[in-house]
Design a protein around this ligand. Sequence first.
Ligand code: 6PG
Length: 235
Amino acid sequence: MTVVVAKDAEELAVLGAELLARAIHGAVAARGRASIALSGGTTPLPAYERLAALDLPWERVGWFFVDERAVAPDAPRSNAGAIGKALPAMARGAVARMRGEEPLEAEAARYEAELRSWFGVASAVRFDAMTLGVGDDGHTASLFPGTGDVRLDGRLVAAIPARPERGLEARLTLTRPVLLEAASVVVLARGAGKRGPLEAAWAEGDEDEVPARLLRAARGEVTWLLDEAAAPASS
Ligand code: 6PG
């Protein structure tokens, strides 16, 4: 794994955009198209805004989502809504939105079929690049600790039920096998609150306790893009 510590929020955004742009150019040069999966949350949005200003082969990019909340795209909690605003140029390519407003189990199956058809039914679902975040509780994508969801491996996309007693809303998420298969994963984290979860994610242990730990088993290149406040002392 690679750890990059940006000096401030602006540099974090610039570097995040550069990593994505590099993956897009490389994939288009090699295979004529790029397959990118984006996470929501607040941290990556400035990187997406930077990416929007770059000269890219937009028509050759297929955009997917790592996870989505069970809301319509115009709702404030919608990842697709927030990402679409930060990166309007994605509409020049193919955008495959997770439909959080649909019944989630059926939508997870539909999105899985969409992934299979994009990548080819006999091929691995291997994104050229994927962004992820880390929650203060150690979650990544919508795989939350203590739920067992990180162990879901029989499917590519899962419907995650709400767990109101823990303040967790219902969501859709790509599963561990898809996260592990990505050629390049860029994890973005900002702020001192992320330092503990990052240390825990890098240490050996139970993935259900700290789902971001699953990245220790990633097949591709994982770049941890952090600001100084988030960076553990060991980095
Ligand atoms: C989401 C995410 C989630 C996020 C982390 C970190 O939809 O919320 O995909 O996994 O990446 O919660 O979020 P922040 O960037 O807001 O800290």
